[in-house]
Design a binder for this molecule. Structure first.
Ligand SMILES: *Cc1c(COP(=O)(O)O)cnc(C)c1O
Length: 538
């Protein structure tokens, strides 16, 4: 009897799997198998062990290996009994920096947006004005008394304590709003970065929907697949669903798909100016019309382009409408710590008017510590960044930003035309500003392998997938390396074409493998495991 039951169950399982295979294909079959397998006792643990081993060996093959190996032999790091001398700590910091890629060599394609030493000194003064070299017309004692440490230790949490910070913040917001064609009604807040700005837009529209449309129980955001993951992160944190729509062959949002996807639970639309991966601006004008027709708020993630597109447009390059001039656009985020050339930890979230912005502000009236209000995620908001952002924008002015934009656009144009002459490589879509992605137009050239080869030669790569390509943000330190970059791109592509096994090694192999796994939960586990592995305490 038992045998019969077993046999019957086995046949049933095979029949179900076969039907999945014939109806939905191989990927779905693997997904069903994996999901079923993971439900069996012990299997998830087994997967975790395999995953841990895979990640550990992957980390060993990367440049992260040195640290993890050393760490195993050393005692745990605890607070030293006596403080270490400032001199020794300076020495240690310098030693650590020495081992790293210096961004001034122009081999990093994201993260660092630095200008000249004068600009840097001005930002440092915002944090710490006590610098005898400044030579203000105040006497030395006054300088020490009044400005010692400038904004380094100040906190914009309470807007009443440091009116200077409030003044700087409201001026930064006004300048940015005007730059992005907001009216006098436009308002906003400073945040710690693009992530916080985008998260605040999502939080604002969620709370607005709760008030205006209380019948919506499962709110969603409709947005292209190329939107920055910070929107997904916000939705995850704040309990919303994201419905991604595809992009067209031009790598811009598919407007028809977007309109069809909006449903009665949609509470906001989001698009990018430009999206980070390929540097193209979504069809914001058309989406704006849809937003107006449907009465939905429309957020523009201009974290990347907010401080670049206005100047690119003024220089006469074609830039599709992307800011408050599109009447359906209700908010725009723009990072000062990217092309605004501010210090890290500075971004702006703008709203068309205060009717939208009021939903961003968090308030709590029952705390024994008094009435509490906070405009953004952060409680303590570092004064140094606000002051450094303010001086950065004031010091550059429109002319300064235009000069930089011109230089970077010229370097970008040179690079793009150089790449057109490299066999097997092509630019994806028609990028609108100082960023683009290079894909392969030769089946023998695997772009992840090209990235691997370039990394071996000391360049730091930004990888895209679906399709595999390499992202390049053109930053001030790239202006001098245009020829060198073209050269290394050409020879790396050549090397990959001549040596097909490169596509089966290193990170290229990992991306290739990941692409074949239909169960994205495993890939998410892989990413989490990766972070656990490289952030082990020492
Ligand atoms: C950088 C970026 C973000 C996230 O900003 P952080 O400052 O890294 O938090 C969001 N969207 C786009 C398009 C970006 O380029």
């Amino acid at each position: 009897m038992l045998e019969f039951v077993e046999h019957f169950l086995f046949t049933l399982v095979v029949a179900i799997l076969a039907s999945v295979y014939f109806r939905k294909g191989r990927d779905e079959l693997i997904r069903v198998l994996l999901t079923g397998l993971k439900a069996l006792p012990g299997v998830q643990e087994l997967i975790d062990i395999v995953l841990h081993k895979a990640v550990a060996s992957f980390v060993k093959t990367t440049s992260l290996a040195d640290d993890t190996q050393v760490e195993k032999m050393q005692p745990r790091v605890v607070l030293s009994k006596e403080g270490i001398s400032h001199e020794e700590l300076r020495r240690q910091m310098i030693l650590m920096k020495k081992k790293e890629t210096n961004h001034e060599e122009g081999k990093i394609f994201a993260y660092v947006y630095t200008l000249d030493d004068d600009h840097f000194q001005l930002q440092k003064d915002a944090f710490d004005l006590f610098n005898e070299k400044i030579g203000y017309s105040v006497d030395h004692d006054t300088l020490v008394r009044e400005f010692h440490h400038a904004f380094l230790h100040e906190n914009a949490l309470n807007p009443m304590i440091y009116p200077s910070l409030r003044k700087m913040e409201t001026e930064i917001i006004s300048m940015t709003a005007a730059m992005l064609n907001g009216s006098r009604e436009a308002v906003g807040f400073l945040t710690s970065g693009g992530t916080e700005s985008n998260m605040m837009a999502v939080k604002t529209y969620r709370d607005r929907a709760r008030k205006l449309w209380p019948h919506i129980k499962k709110p969603n955001i409709v947005t292209p697949i190329t939107i920055h993951p910070t929107i997904d992160k916000a939705a995850h944190y704040f309990g919303l669903e994201v419905i991604h729509i595809p992009i067209g062959p031009d790598f811009r949002a598919d407007v028809k798909a977007l309109e069809k996807t909006i449903n009665s639970n949609t509470i906001m639309i989001a698009a990018s100016a430009p999206q980070f991966c390929h540097g193209v601006v979504d069809p914001i004008g058309q989406i704006s019309d849809i937003a107006l027709r449907r009465g939905l708020p429309f957020h523009i993630d201009a974290c990347f382009g907010g401080f670049m597109l206005p100047w690119v447009e003024k220089l006469g390059y074609p830039v599709p409408p992307f800011d408050f001039r599109c009447l359906g656009v209700t908010s725009v985020s723009a990072d000062i710590h990217k092309y605004g050339y501010g210090t890290k930890g500075s971004s702006v979230i703008l709203y068309r008017n205060s009717e939208f912005r009021k939903f961003q502000i968090y308030t709590y009236a029952q705390w024994p510590g008094g009435l509490y209000g906070s405009p953004s995620m952060a409680g303590t908001r570092p004064g140094g960044n606000i002051a450094a952002s303010w001086v950065s924008m004031k010091a550059l002015g429109e002319d300064g930003y235009m000069r930089k934009a011109k230089e970077l656009m010229e370097a970008t144009t040179k690079l793009k035309s150089g790449i057109k002459n490299i066999q097997g490589l092509c630019i994806l879509g028609e990028p609108h500003m100082t960023a683009f992605a290079i894909g392969s137009c030769d089946p023998d050239i695997n772009m992840q392998a090209v990235a691997d080869v370039m990394e071996q030669r000391g360049w730091k790569m930004e990888r895209n997938m679906n399709p595999d390509s390499i992202h390049f943000s053109i930053l001030p330190h790239h202006v001098g390396v245009v020829e060198e970059l073209l050269e290394v791109l050409k020879s790396s592509a050549q090397e990959v074409k001549e040596n097909k096994s490169l596509a089966k090694k290193g990170t290229a192999a990992m991306y290739g493998m990941m692409a074949t796994i239909p169960d994205k939960a495993i890939i998410n586990d892989f990413i989490a495991e990766f972070f656990s592995e490289i952030y082990k305490s020492k």
